[in-house]
Design a protein around this ligand. Structure first.
Ligand code: CMP
Length: 136
């Protein structure tokens, strides 16, 4: 049974700064994701705080929002079979130190904050996150 889903991916400021956009997009394509939509934007801290509000009770929330707003990012809709979980597997663990070989965070992540990429953690959140960036 085909289970085509959409998920949201963000190439974070540390990866954009290091010119990794094309390399990361190539990895998605090689892993059978279709990049349905993509745009480069620069969020304000308030917009980043709105996006990450599920983390508002966490001690790292303020730093996390400042970081996401610290430079340009690329937001993408990825489409593919079981896209939400397939993307999480391809990204690797949140902390690059714990990520498996050949995952995006293992290849490019610098630290738990500068971990190069974000991906939705559930189908429900994927819908919300896609709407956040792409609803007209
Ligand atoms: P991301 O998948 O974008 O979702 C929330 C982000 O918070 C996460 O990636 C990390 O970059 C960041 N973060 C910073 N500190 C922590 C922490 N202690 N635990 C989990 N995530 C953290």
């Amino acid at each position: 049974m085909s289970n085509i889903e959409q998920t949201l991916s963000i190439i974070k400021p540390d990866a954009v700064e290091r010119n990794l956009i094309d390399e990361i997009k190539k990895i998605f394509k090689e892993n059978n994701f279709h990049i349905k939509n993509s745009k480069k934007i620069h969020l304000t801290k308030d917009e980043a705080a709105e996006f990450y509000k599920v983390h508002q009770s966490k001690p790292f929330y303020s730093d996390l929002c400042s970081y996401l707003a610290s430079g340009p990012i690329v937001v993408m809709i990825l489409e593919g079979k079981n896209a939400v979980m397939a993307n999480r597997k391809l990204m690797g663990a949140t902390n690059p130190k714990d990520a498996e070989e050949n995952t995006i965070r293992k290849l490019y992540g610098i630290s738990i904050d500068k971990n190069s990429i974000h991906g939705s953690d559930s189908l429900e959140n994927a819908k919300k996150e896609i709407d956040f960036f792409f609803k007209s």
